[in-house]
Design a protein around this ligand. Structure first.
Ligand SMILES: Cc1cc2nc3c(=O)[nH]c(=O)nc-3n(C[C@H](O)[C@H](O)[C@H](O)COP(=O)(O)OP(=O)(O)OC[C@H]3O[C@@H](n4cnc5c(N)ncnc54)[C@H](O)[C@@H]3O)c2cc1C
Ligand SMILES: *[C@@H]1O[C@H](CO)[C@@H](O)[C@H](O)[C@H]1NC(C)=O
Ligand SMILES: *[C@@H]1O[C@H](CO)[C@@H](O)[C@H](O)[C@H]1NC(C)=O
Ligand SMILES: *[C@@H]1O[C@H](CO)[C@@H](O)[C@H](O)[C@H]1NC(C)=O
Ligand SMILES: *[C@@H]1O[C@H](CO)[C@@H](O)[C@H](O)[C@H]1NC(C)=O
Ligand SMILES: *[C@@H]1O[C@H](CO)[C@@H](O)[C@H](O)[C@H]1NC(C)=O
Length: 546
């Protein structure tokens, strides 16, 4: 009798799936031990890594940054394959911005003497939330600890604590403390408010939490980022994916194979011979084209967004349904939409790194022509020095709206916004709003002589293979939920009749400290490959896991 090799099927050819495939395939003797394949619902590999081209420039529609190169396995691969240099310039601008100007929607540049203290204040608050300031006592004369007041204020609150409320309570503490000194000029406060909101808007895109009051405060200190600088990949993020896939033989990755249902056997085999058409493997995958595949182990790497949709009654991706500890974690964790928008400037114009400070609705300083979906965009900047391609990040409702707009609507909306920001051609610097009138710029194209001609944008929210961009720890959730996401099923397999490790879970949303990033996805793939290798008593990969 031929001994059947265990069959491992990996669902998804994104970072986590391809790392798992790479590790399983290259493990010692693994080819004698397992049958392996990757099934990918889309027509390309990479998942949320989607390097593309726009007007001759290489751009990233998904993952962009290596969040800290110190100890990063992705940086290591990038170095090995010489992906960090390229002849062409690449998308690296918003990491080391030059020529930064912060402007208010009324068309004035805000002086650094107003901007910098608020940026510093914001940074200190974030460092405090992240647990990086333990003993800070206003040392160096800069860190006035308003964040302590903020933290104290939220601790006395019985409601769940959000990062958003911490930030606002700390800001109010700051305002309270300066009131007596300079008479709390309200117009100065309005500017500070707009600058602070600009930082919050950047945070929304960073975390994918459309509303920071839904972002858990405590999780902030559990999140780990690798040390050292953050960089982009000159030859494109996809070069990492291609490198991981290059060791796999043709045919191992099957594209256009969308899984619609996963049947598994938490309570034992029953009559597997009958159930699975004579092939006694415990898991049965159904595909969109009606075909079926059986497996001993499935590593499921679909996004948290796809899982959220998959546990809804109607679609029922899992049969029987996942146990409640899983569905509860899937439900509680946050998965937001973040999109990138690229615009072509014509003719070439040396556009600054524009930081955009929008005013509150009750400030009386709003320009009504600016569309609502632009109002929480924190910056617009060239993708590299002197590039004629500009980039903005969108999050939440605004990111969702962006997907539904056509190119003309986007160009009109951005042009209107930018013409207000750049309306005072002399770019007078301001420290005090009362000196300026509400800008009503309409001379955008005439005074600057350029216009937007083409757009390209990502569409992570509506794509059924993603249904969003990345995970965050929502208020009411915690790091424990990320650990629950990683638990294999069946959880305990001490019953002789129950096949162990039928469904394993990888992907960024299964990594407790580096969720949302390619690092989290990478380590989750190593983790699940190791779990199976260990199960079959193979030697495991000992890559650092934070
Ligand atoms: C706009 C944006 C910007 C980002 N920026 C950064 C950044 O700067 N730095 C960073 O570290 N991270 C960033 N990320 C996050 C990073 O891209 C992800 O964390 C990582 O790529 C996720 O990898 P994964 O393997 O977990 O999931 P995915 O890449 O989503 O892989 C899952 C795969 O499963 C497939 N799939 C889904 N459903 C099915 C199905 N039913 N059947 C078969 N296949 C299916 C999908 O097509 C996909 O290929 C960004 C993401 C986005 C969207
Ligand atoms: C701040 O200055 C403006 C304009 O000079 C003035 O109207 C306002 O009353 C001042 N606010 C406070 C709190 O003093
Ligand atoms: C950018 O463009 C300006 C004007 O076109 C030019 O003077 C400058 O040298 C360019 N800088 C670089 C780095 O190419
Ligand atoms: C901007 O204006 C303020 C006060 O009006 C002044 O102190 C500062 O030097 C100016 N900054 C620049 C860059 O001109
Ligand atoms: C703001 O400008 C107004 C009018 O020029 C002036 O009266 C006020 O004192 C200024 N406030 C600050 C804080 O500079
Ligand atoms: C990925 O990139 C292609 C273009 O290269 C684009 O058509 C597609 O919409 C992108 N996917 C998402 C989800 O944005």
């Amino acid at each position: 009798m031929v001994v059947k090799k265990p069959r491992i099927v990996i669902i998804g050819a994104g970072m986590s799936g391809l790392v798992a495939a790479n590790k399983l395939y290259t493990a010692k003797d693994s080819r004698e031990l397992f049958e392996l394949c990757v099934v990918e619902g889309g027509t390309r590999i990479g998942g949320r890594i989607n390097t593309s081209e726009f007007e001759g420039d290489r751009i990233e529609l998904g993952a962009t940054w290596i969040h800290g190169i110190g100890g990063s396995p992705i940086h290591k691969i990038a170095e090995e394959i010489h992906a960090l240099e390229a002849k062409q310039p690449w998308e690296d601008m918003d990491g080391s911005p030059e020529n930064v100007v912060t402007m208010s929607e009324s068309g004035f540049e805000i002086d650094l003497s107003v901007v910098d203290p608020i940026l510093l204040l914001y940074r200190k608050m974030m460092e405090f939330a992240q647990g990086k300031i333990i003993h800070g006592n206003g040392e160096n004369g800069d860190a006035v600890d308003y964040y302590r007041v903020g933290a104290k204020a939220i601790k006395t609150c019985s409601k769940p604590i959000s990062l958003g409320s911490f930030l606002r309570k700390s800001l109010n503490a700051y305002w309270d403390s300066v009131k007596d000194q300079d008479g709390c000029n309200s117009s100065g406060k309005l500017l500070e408010e707009a600058i602070f909101a600009m930082m919050e808007n950047a945070e929304r895109a960073h975390t994918s939490a459309g509303d920071l009051s839904n972002l858990d405060y405590n999780a902030e200190s559990e999140y780990l980022q690798f040390p050292d600088e953050e960089i982009t990949i000159a030859k494109g993020y996809l070069s990492i994916i291609e490198s991981l896939a290059s060791v796999l033989p043709d045919g191992l990755i099957q594209l256009g194979r969308k899984v619609t249902k996963i049947e598994w056997q938490p309570d034992g085999h029953g009559s597997p011979e009958i159930q699975n058409g004579g092939d006694s493997r415990p898991v049965k995958l159904h595909f969109a084209d009606g075909s079926i595949m059986v497996a001993d182990h499935v590593i499921n790497t679909v996004s948290l967004g796809v899982l959220k949709a998959g546990i809804q009654e109607e679609s029922g991706m899992f049969s029987p349904p996942l146990p409640s500890f899983k569905t509860e974690a899937i439900t509680r964790l946050g998965f937001g939409v973040v999109n990138k928008l690229f615009l072509q400037l014509d003719p070439m114009y040396e556009f600054p790194f524009l930081q955009m400070a929008f005013h509150r609705s009750d400030s009386g300083l709003r320009n009504q022509k600016i569309p609502w979906w632009m109002r929480r965009t924190s910056s617009l900047c060239p993708i590299y020095k002197n590039s004629s391609v500009l980039l903005s990040w969108f999050a939440g409702r605004e990111a969702v709206e962006l997907e539904s707009l056509n190119d003309e609507e986007i160009i009109n909306g951005v042009s209107t916004t930018i013409s207000n920001f750049l309306s005072k051609s002399e770019h007078k610097n301001i420290t005090n709003l009362s000196k300026c009138s509400n800008g009503n710029g309409n001379s955008f194209t005439s005074s600057h002589g350029f216009k937007f001609t083409k757009v390209q944008k990502s569409k992570w929210g509506t794509d059924p293979l993603f249904m969003g961009s990345y995970s965050y720890v929502a208020v009411g959730s915690s790091g424990d939920d990320l650990d629950s996401m990683a638990e294999p099923l069946p959880m305990i397999s001490d019953h002789y009749d129950v096949a162990p490790l039928q469904i394993l879970f990888a992907g960024e949303a299964t990594h407790r400290t580096q969720y949302s990033t390619t690092h989290g996805a990478y380590f989750s793939g190593v983790r699940e490959a190791n779990r199976l290798l260990q199960h079959y008593h193979c030697s495991v990969f000992s890559e650092l896991q934070l």
